[in-house]
Design a protein around this ligand. Sequence first.
Ligand SMILES: Cc1cc2nc3c(=O)[nH]c(=O)nc-3n(C[C@H](O)[C@H](O)[C@H](O)COP(=O)(O)OP(=O)(O)OC[C@H]3O[C@@H](n4cnc5c(N)ncnc54)[C@H](O)[C@@H]3O)c2cc1C
Length: 345
Amino acid sequence: MTTPRIAIAGAGIGGLTCARVLQLHGFENVTVFERESSPNARQQGGTIDLHGDSGQVAIRAAGLYDEWRALARDEGQEQRKVDHATAALIEHELPEGDFRPEIDRGQLRDLLLGSLTPGTVSWGLGVASAAPGGHVTFLDGSTATFDLVIGADGAWSRVRQAVSPATPEYTGVMFVETRHDNDERLLDLTGQGTMVADHEGLMLWAQRNSGNHIRAYACMRAREDWKPSNAELLDLYTGWHPDLAAFLTGELIHRPLYALPVPHTWEHTPGVTLLGDAAHLMPPLGVGANLAMEDAAELALAIAEHGVRDGVRTYESVMLPRAIDAQERTNAGLQDMVPERPIRV
Ligand SMILES: Cc1cc2nc3c(=O)[nH]c(=O)nc-3n(C[C@H](O)[C@H](O)[C@H](O)COP(=O)(O)OP(=O)(O)OC[C@H]3O[C@@H](n4cnc5c(N)ncnc54)[C@H](O)[C@@H]3O)c2cc1C
């Protein structure tokens, strides 16, 4: 018996989880088409805590729980809040009972990649568009037809256009990211997990990754095209303790935050579906990667149980309401975290 031909657009956390769970259930005709030329074309940044009711369920479905546990950092759950002006510790939490260890995104992606049948990912072959019936046009102009095309191609998904006209909109909130290696002063302030400070609509948070690496994010309401210099950013944070201002040095990476309109939903379209950010891009308040993995595992398991056509319907009937709920919660969370007023820049 031939197994269905399934194309997955995007070798991110979601697309790879879906491919892995499908392969575990005997689906051999699965290809992941990734626009980037190789696994190392871009640094896979940041750290991700897998939640017990979503990311961890998916990593179990992928048969990779023990491997993930060996890499995950339990101590990364530490949360520190410091005063913006004195850098003194004002809240300190070592969560108990809610087990959410951290793993570098790059490590998680490598774990998933290494679990796939060799040759599953077609690197450097991006999807230009998809159409109902499983038709795909690639960025090099070639075309192919599959039993199912899964859009796991992230925020600016090309596959999404086959089911919905929605596009991401700027939330009004900007992250400015910095990176620091082996800086003892910043490592002490950050602790083993996450440090946060805020004052009058300005935030700073820092996260320890593996290997004494820190990613820090300054966060504020700003114009979408605002690209501050280091001096302009430091000027905005006038009055903050010099140790905290030290997080704002070095190369600045500007990350305006986008989200899909809420609710984002679509009529079931034969031969095409979406998962992860392609389906429900939302503010990055710690759930996006978890939801992408949960979607991915659920979709693969539903296909294994019900076949492609009914499996996709079953998956969408659960995923879409869950995504709307998470979109509403993260949008409200972003409003609380970075109030509408004052607009800083
Ligand atoms: C600063 C920041 C911090 C975050 N922290 C967390 C966190 O702590 N916890 C959490 O759960 N979530 C977090 N998130 C959210 C999380 O990163 C995303 O929700 C998650 O990566 C979505 O996974 P995905 O597989 O859907 O998409 P992605 O990870 O974006 O992967 C999409 C893949 O598709 C590829 N691609 C794009 N276009 C095409 C195309 N046309 N054809 C083929 N391939 C294509 C891309 O190259 C990429 O490999 C954070 C986000 C940000 C911005």
